[in-house]
Design a protein around this ligand. Structure first.
Ligand SMILES: [Fe+2]
Ligand SMILES: [Fe+2]
Length: 289
């Protein structure tokens, strides 16, 4: 097992303790991301079992993907513990894991290997987009270095899953419609599962008075979602999401643009979670994914 970088490459001692002065929502988002990343082994166990007959995929998941995802969790956790010295990460993770583990079931995996690879591409697109957005929002240099490294890992993971998808697609010959349906279905699930669950547990631990009141906690989480939405560039996400469809430049304007609008709508969540005045529009297509 070799990691592209380690925690020793990061100078955590330079992180200022920011009790009471930090951007609470941003630190909360980093804390939530650290919980989800640290639970990656739940998914890996299911995926390794699912792809047990494919030694290339199984080996890559076990020896590269899982160690890298868990390292993302450790790096983010370490930064949060410097920024929020009083935050009980272990206790928060315990509560999160009890709820989140119920979502990581074998039957949550897709019915065919190619469709599962499509779902994996969606997850990696989501994480790459999240870390690009956090990079745009963050000012603290050590945090910026962490999220930049994680972003690069997530884009590389996407490329691996895309290659595996293409290999399986050569056997399964899924229609573009089936792939598009799988893409949008998984994007919708990403919205409802991971982030909200993790944020709820972070708020409960960081601000018990807010966390104890569901309405107040929802407002806090909604404000964090809005901060992300305002900073997020959906162009890269839409380009990455549409890559498995293999659209030719000729048909892309007819199929790709409406799908990009649909993907963006789904990524933004239901209308009550959208930023006022932020009308969905298709992404630009000038850059390669
Ligand atoms: Fe990750
Ligand atoms: Fe990843």
């Amino acid at each position: 097992m070799s990691l592209p970088w380690t925690l020793d490459d990061l100078n955590f001692a330079a992180v200022p303790a920011a009790e009471g002065t930090a951007d609470e929502r941003l630190v909360g988002m980093i804390a939530a991301a650290s919980l989800v990343e640290s639970a990656s082994d739940l998914y890996t166990a299911n995926l390794v079992r699912y792809f047990a007959a494919d030694s290339e995929v199984e080996t890559w998941l076990r020896e590269h993907w899982e160690p890298e995802e868990l390292q993302h969790g450790r790096a983010l956790r370490t930064w949060v513990e410097y920024a929020w010295p009083g935050f009980d990460w272990d206790l928060t993770f315990k509560g999160f894991l009890a709820e989140y583990s119920l979502l990581c079931r074998m039957d949550a995996l897709r019915p065919t290997p190619a469709l599962e690879m499509v779902a994996r591409c969606v997850i990696e697109t989501g994480t790459a987009t999240l870390y690009q957005t956090l990079l745009d929002l963050a000012h603290e240099p050590v945090l910026r270095e962490i999220v930049r490294r994680i972003h690069d890992d997530e884009v590389r993971h996407f490329k691996y899953f895309l290659r595996f998808f293409r290999r399986y697609q050569n056997v399964e010959h899924l229609s573009r419609w089936s792939i598009a349906q799988a893409l949008l279905a998984r994007v919708r699930e990403v919205q409802s599962e991971d982030a909200d669950c993790a944020m709820r547990h972070v708020v409960r631990q960081r601000a018990p008075a807010i966390g104890a009141d569901p309405e107040h906690a929802d407002e806090w989480i909604l404000a964090a979602s809005r901060q992300l939405q305002q900073a997020c560039s959906y162009d890269q996400a839409a380009r990455m999401l549409l890559t498995p469809l293999g659209l030719s430049p000729r048909v892309r304007p007819w199929i790709g643009v409406p799908l990009a609008v649909g993907a963006r709508l789904v990524m933004q969540g239901p209308p009550w979670r959208r930023v006022p005045g932020d009308s969905p529009r298709a992404g630009r297509w000038g850059r390669a994914a």
